[in-house]
Every structure is written in structure tokens, then in C-alpha cells.
Design a protein around this ligand. Structure first.
Ligand code: A2P
Length: 297
């Protein structure tokens, strides 16, 4: 997910790497990154998608569904040799109780950050500003019976956190997750994560065995053949999604929703939810649904 580019910019504090100036660099030393965390795992899902895990700063507390700014050092300035951190907003894909932090990212070949980030390996360092924020949190919603998580592409990330968060199952009788991607391979990360929930020790212990029966997973693709094709918005409009899921259409009394996808998707779905009678909430003013934009480099 993504905060406006301007907010990313305000997080950038220039850092001088004294070793980067060739004139002074007789014996180059390893650069120490500000707010450095170490990569502990990397998995490439498709040529456009990868996930990775990093160490978690001991002081970092966050609510499942929030995001942080992460990144790498940019290239040295050709004249001054100075380097600035290149940071973007990323949803934390791991739940609040996890010892490490997980992220799920797109790879954009000419993207300023992800063109580099996609090459990280175990043992490398990334920059992580330990200031979590975001609207996709349980606190921003009024109590309800069903929660809908609507994602496209890497917008699945905050839900990867919330699906592993016990409060999700404590607060709701039903948890419906829809994920629309272009191709079938792009559903893999989410599909494996949801399958793994059945064996999730913490959730089985805290919520009770069989908690996962509360989950209804509805993956769809738009540009490659799969079991269910079409945009979730169209499938809801035609009623097909509700018939497939065996549930009633949304209403403000019972349903709560979180949206995370590309901009056009967010806007279209937001309008649809308003038509169902749901109102947008915020941390300071909890209501029926919340929205956040998925990260794109
Ligand atoms: P489509 O292939 O029909 O554009 P992207 O990779 O461009 O971020 O898109 C991710 C998924 O979101 C794609 O399956 C795409 O469908 C879908 N999508 C894009 N815009 C919308 C929208 N306005 N409503 C519903 N789904 C959308």
C-alpha cells in the first residue's frame, strides 16, 4: 500500500556517506544505514512479485494492517557523493505479534526503488523507519458481523497481516477476502497464506480449532484463465460474487469492509460500498469501511 509520494518525500533525510566521496575513500568501509534491518528471507512469486522478511526493531509496535516507510540508499550524487534514502510506504504483511516483519512487493523494472529492491538477498540491509501508520485497522471500524477484505495485486499485503491477527476472528463471525489479479500466478502468495492458516498454531489456540471456517476466499483473474474470472466489482454488480459465496449483499448493519488496491479499483469499490449504505471510517471516527492505496513504484 501506499501513502502519497509527498509523504514519502518528507520522510527523506539526507545522509552523508563520507566513504562515497572517491577523493577521501582510500579504504572503503561498509556503510551503516540509518534504521537498518537485516533481510532474513526472500521469495520470488512471479517475475512481477516477491515477498521478503526482515528483522523487527525491538521497539516497533504496530497494529495489524498498518504500513511503514522502507527502502534503500539511493545512488551517490555524481558531484557531491551524497546519498539519500529512497523510501516508499509498504504495508506490513506480517501480523502484529510476529517476531519478524514481512513485506509483499511488486517489481517494476524502471521503478526507482523496486528495480533495486527486487535484488535483495538474505543478509542484506534495508532501511525501515519505525513509525507505523494507516487506516486499515480494526480500530477504524464499528463492531459488525462480517468483514470484507477487498484487494487487487499487492493490495493483498495488509490483509496478509489482518488474516493472521486473532482480533479479526474475535470481532467477526465471517471473514471474506476477495483478491483480483491479472494472472493466476499472482494469486499464489495469498492462496498459500490462506491455506497455511489452517495450521496456524496461535490462531487455533486463541480462537479455537476450526476458526478458519469463518474465512471465505474469493480469488479472481482478469487476463488469464482461472477458476473464477472477472473484476470483483463486476462480479458484485451482477450478483455472481454473492451467489458464489452464498452470502447476502453488503449492508451497513452487519458488514464492515477494508479496501486496498489500485486507485481506480479503490474509487469504484468505494462508490459501490456507499451505494450499499456503508460510510467511510477513520481511526478517530470509526464507521463501516476504510480504504488504502496499494503500493506502486
Ligand atoms: P484488469 O485486468 O481488467 O485491468 P493492476 O495490476 O493494473 O494494478 O490490476 C490488478 C487487478 O485489478 C487486475 O485484475 C485489474 O483488472 C483489476 N482492476 C483494475 N482496475 C479495476 C477497477 N476499477 N475495478 C476492479 N478491478 C480493477
Amino acid at each position: 500500500m501506499h501513502a502519497p509520494e509527498t509523504s514519502a518525500m518528507t520522510e527523506m533525510t539526507p545522509v552523508t556517506d563520507t566513504n562515497a566521496n572517491a577523493a577521501n575513500a582510500e579504504a572503503p568501509k561498509k556503510m551503516v544505514l540509518p534504521d537498518a534491518q537485516t533481510v532474513t528471507a526472500v521469495k520470488h512469486w512471479t517475475d512481477r512479485l516477491f515477498s521478503f522478511r526482515v528483522t523487527r526493531p525491538a521497539s516497533l509496535r504496530f497494529r495489524s494492517g498498518e504500513f511503514v516507510m522502507i527502502g534503500l540508499m539511493g545512488d551517490p550524487h555524481p558531484e557531491t557523493g551524497k546519498q539519500k534514502p529512497l523510501l516508499r510506504a509498504y504495508s506490513i504483511a506480517s501480523p502484529s505479534w510476529d517476531e519478524e516483519l514481512e513485506f509483499y512487493s511488486i517489481k517494476v523494472q524502471d521503478g526507482p526503488l523496486t528495480s533495486k529492491l527486487q535484488h535483495i538477498k538474505v543478509g542484506d540491509q534495508i532501511i525501515l523507519r519505525p513509525k507505523p501508520v494507516g487506516t486499515l485497522v480494526h480500530d477504524a471500524l464499528l463492531p459488525g458481523k462480517r468483514i470484507w477484505f477487498f484487494a487487487t495485486g499487492t493490495g493483498f499485503a495488509p490483509f496478509a497481516s489482518l488474516l493472521r491477527e486473532p482480533q479479526t476472528y474475535e470481532d467477526y463471525d465471517e471473514v471474506i477476502i476477495t483478491h483480483t489479479c491479472r494472472e493466476a500466478g499472482e494469486l499464489q502468495y495469498g492462496a498459500e497464506l490462506i491455506e497455511s492458516l489452517k495450521d496456524d498454531e496461535l490462531l487455533n489456540e486463541v480462537i479455537g480449532e476450526g476458526f478458519w471456517k469463518k474465512i471465505k476466499y474469493y480469488p479472481t483473474t482478469t487476463r488469464e484463465e482461472s477458476a473464477k474470472m472477472g473484476r470483483i466489482t463486476d462480479l458484485m454488480r451482477s450478483g455472481e460474487a454473492f451467489a458464489d459465496l452464498g452470502v447476502e449483499p453488503l449492508n451497513a448493519e452487519t458488514d464492515r469492509a477494508m479496501i486496498c488496491g489500485n486507485l481506480a479499483f479503490n474509487l469504484e469499490l468505494k462508490e459501490m460500498l456507499e451505494d450499499y449504505g456503508l460510510e467511510e471510517g477513520a481511526n478517530s471516527d470509526p464507521k463501516h469501511y476504510v480504504v488504502e492505496k496499494a503500493f506502486l513504484d
